[in-house]
Design a binder for this molecule. Structure first.
Ligand code: KMT
Ligand code: NI
Length: 179
């Protein structure tokens, strides 16, 4: 089950939980208001799972691949880890489904505070186009995830500041409507 909380601002290792003291949990409803959606799926049977097939069909996630983030599996691991953790946005939704391992997506809330989202095996998460976010492995240093995309994938990440993009402006507008 996905779990989320407000991060502390300490500059320690990005892979530790960074929970505040006292702990400040964030609910799925709060994530939804930021445009972040969550599905729980059966990761052991992803190849035949009708629930995954339905989500892909309904949301037009026609494209997918599987990425393994581990120092022995991912070429240029150290560089990639740094790139994933730079605050950025995309012009399309970012959709990830964890098949093994775990990691953290951090997203900015409406006050520009970091929310940390733990994703584990069976968790699918969708981040909306235009949201500032970043990713890191946790202390297990391993995640295998399905990357899904509506149509031909575009992976370009725009590091902050990237406020002039229509996708960013539309995202800000959608927040105002959700409030
Ligand atoms: C990305 O774009 O940040 C990644 O693909 C890494 C995270 S996959 C769980
Ligand atoms: Ni991203």
């Amino acid at each position: 089950m996905v779990e989320a909380w407000y991060m502390d601002e300490s500059g320690e290792d990005q892979r530790i939980p960074h929970r505040q003291e006292p702990h400040r949990p964030v609910s799925l409803e709060q994530l939804r208001r930021l445009g972040v959606f969550y599905f729980k799926l059966d990761a052991d049977n992803y190849e035949t799972d009708p629930d995954l097939a339905r989500i892909r069909k309904e949301r037009n996630y026609s494209w997918m691949d599987i990425i393994t983030i581990h120092k022995d599996k991912l070429p240029d691991y150290q560089d990639k880890i740094k790139i994933f953790y730079k605050e950025h946005l995309h012009l399309d939704d970012e959709i990830r489904y964890v098949l093994e391992g775990s990691g953290y997506f951090d997203v900015r809330d409406t006050d520009d505070k970091w929310i940390r989202i733990l994703i584990e095996k069976g968790d699918m998460i969708t981040l909306p186009a235009g949201i500032y976010h970043r990713f890191t492995v946790d202390e297990n240093n391993y995640v295998k995830a399905m990357r899904l995309f509506a149509g031909e994938p575009v992976w370009t990440a725009y590091n902050r500041p990237a406020d002039h993009f229509p996708a960013r402006r539309q995202y800000i507008q959608s927040l105002a409507q959700a409030a």
